[in-house]
Write a protein that binds this ligand. Structure first.
Ligand SMILES: C[S@@+](CC[C@H](N)C(=O)[O-])C[C@H]1O[C@@H](n2cnc3c(N)ncnc32)[C@H](O)[C@@H]1O
Length: 277
């Protein structure tokens, strides 16, 4: 698998706006991620590998949990976004976080890790089981594996005649992820992926963002997500920029939600974790 192929599979693309979107997304999902990391057993002094680090949000959360006696190694195939990750880690004052640019499918990440973690990354790997099988031997005995992935399966269930705009936006997102080869159902597949990789059965949990008030902070996140996938929406002929009309999404979604009194549901993030013997 070449870098070029992997790059095509990262549906939201690479841009400064996408980096900003990832940081905004993290602010919304941080409490869920922290809950999963803590429940998984990430604690002081651990050496942790974070794959698909992006702008560094998971690495930053892990760095706080492992403290100055621990260590975090992050990997991402996009060297530009790692510059942002490094700046943020420096600003936070962590001296024990290092990032390496490369494709996790081929990069030698070293070994002796106490934990392997990642968020929204297995969904972009053509063969997540193979990647886990490759990485599990790099864990010490008793090592932890924790992944957090989104699942779009539920999007259909939340459709309602009173919220046609949210229904349309949901359909576009599901289609663009499908067409680009990313797995929008990775959350529900975590259990299978863990077991097929030879890991003990994982503990599962889910976190879901839901909002319905006029001042809910998620409206701009919905718009920014569309800004990132817009080039691919157009490329695949799913929707035009005029149809998406990114600039007005926050206002239109908020108006629809407030008028219908039906909340926005962002597809759930599912967490899975286990410990090897
Ligand atoms: C949706 S972002 C998530 C970033 C971060 N984990 C977070 O939750 O904020 C996915 C990241 O995985 C990276 N990625 C995708 N496939 C990869 C691969 N094969 N090797 C390394 N990084 C990869 C992308 O470059 C992107 O930065």
């Amino acid at each position: 698998m070449t870098d070029h192929h992997s790059e095509r599979r990262y549906t939201p693309g690479r841009s400064d706006e996408e980096t900003e979107r990832l940081i905004e997304q993290s602010r919304l999902f941080e409490p869920i991620t922290r809950r999963f990391l803590k429940s998984a057993g990430i604690r002081s002094g651990m050496r942790v590998l974070d794959i698909g680090s992006g702008a560094g949000d998971v690495a930053l959360a892990v760095a706080e949990l492992v403290g100055p006696t621990g260590e975090v190694v992050g990997v991402d195939m996009n060297p530009d976004i790692l510059e942002t990750a490094r700046e943020r880690v420096e600003k936070a004052g962590h001296k024990n976080v290092a990032f390496h640019a490369g494709d996790i499918q081929t990069l030698d990440v070293g070994g002796d890790f106490d934990a392997l973690v990642g968020r929204l990354v297995l969904m972009y790997l053509p063969d997540p089981v193979a990647v886990l099988k490759e990485l599990i031997p790099r864990l010490r005995s008793g090592g932890i594996v924790m992944f957090q992935e989104i699942d779009f399966t539920i999007t259909e269930a939340y459709k309602h005649p009173d919220t046609p705009l949210m229904g349309q936006l949901g359909d576009w997102v599901v289609e663009v992820f499908e067409r680009s080869g990313a797995n929008g159902n990775m959350g529900m597949e975590l259990y299978r992926v863990f077991v097929d990789a030879g890991l003990p059965e994982p503990t599962l949990d889910a976190g879901l963002l839901i909002g319905g008030s006029a001042d809910w902070p998620g409206y701009s996140y919905v718009a920014n997500s569309f800004q990132s996938v817009l080039p691919l929406l157009e490329h695949y002929g799913i929707a035009t920029a005029e149809e998406v009309d990114v600039e007005t999404i926050p206002r239109r979604v908020r108006d629809e939600i407030v008028a219908s009194k039906r909340p926005v549901v962002i597809p759930p993030h599912i967490g899975a974790w286990t410990r090897i013997s």
